[in-house]
Design a protein around this ligand. Structure first.
Ligand code: ZN
Ligand code: FE
Length: 256
């Protein structure tokens, strides 16, 4: 399976839009175009012709560029079946277990409700790339706007089993703030301490900290670590139920 060339476009205050380009066929997908202008400009500079938009969820900072990009390129818009009424210009509806072919690459689709009820993620196994929108962030996870802690745990569990080398292309640069919170609940996690040092250096230079990898997240992301004895002890829930610990961690982050 052909690998994808993936280009990151920073837009708005902290969003990342991605261009994923199939080297064999030239097909190019935009993942979660918050806006149109900078994405069209980036594609033009790269010499890539946009053929698809892949949306993870309906929020405007992920779909705001849909209609303008479709108007300018005639691209096909792919999005969550469960949220078809909230995805501007949707052409193809996908959900759990579906595959979507982009040129010579193929994405497997996961339903990952929690942040929104119709949120999906795209896993390109051959390109070791996961586009997870606002479900999993570097050292964080999305706020639970339309879902329960139990739903979000089930959604995040789908990512935990992916190969550790899988690159996590999340949709926001929230890493530094997430890491500060992570340290507050797992202060003795040596992997977390050293990751935060690298993140602080990168951010001081204005460099992106995304993508990370599933392996890094498993070691340092508190929202994948509700079974960590250290985390449980810090929040006063030693031996606590996994979902209850997750719910408490998420609640604390909301007001951190
Ligand atoms: Zn969102
Ligand atoms: Fe967002």
């Amino acid at each position: 399976m052909s690998p994808l060339d993936i280009h990151q476009v920073p837009v708005l205050s902290d969003n990342y839009v991605y261009l994923a380009h199939c080297l064999e066929t030239g097909d190019t997908a935009v993942i979660d175009p918050a806006v149109a202008g900078p994405v069209l400009d980036a594609a033009e500079e790269l010499g890539w012709t946009i053929s698809h938009i892949l949306n993870t969820h309906h929020h405007n900072d992920h779909t705001g560029g849909n209609l303008e990009i479709k108007k300018r390129t005639g691209c096909t818009i792919v999005g969550p079946r469960a949220d078809r009424d909230r995805i501007p210009g949707i052409d193809v509806q996908v959900g759990e277990g579906d595959s979507y072919v982009l040129g010579a690459a193929e994405a497997r689709v996961f339903d990952v409700p929690g942040h929104t009820r119709g949120h999906i993620a795209y896993w390109f196994e051959g390109a070791t790339a996961l586009f997870c929108g606002d479900t999993l962030f570097a050292m964080g996870c999305g706020r639970l706007f339309e879902g329960t802690p139990a739903q979000m745990v089930k959604s995040l569990d789908k990512f935990k089993g992916l190969p550790p080398t899988t690159r996590v292309y999340c949709a926001h640069e929230y890493t530094q703030a997430n890491g500060r919170f992570a340290l507050s609940v797992e202060p003795d996690n040596a992997d977390l301490v050293s990751r935060m040092q690298r993140v602080d250096v990168a951010r001081a230079k204005g460099e992106p900290t995304v993508p990370s990898t599933i392996g890094e997240e498993l070691k340092t992301n508190p929202f994948l670590r509700s079974d960590s004895p250290d985390l449980q002890r810090t929040i006063g829930m030693s031996g606590g139920d996994y979902v209850a610990v997750f719910a408490e961690t998420r609640l604390r982050k909301d007001t951190f």
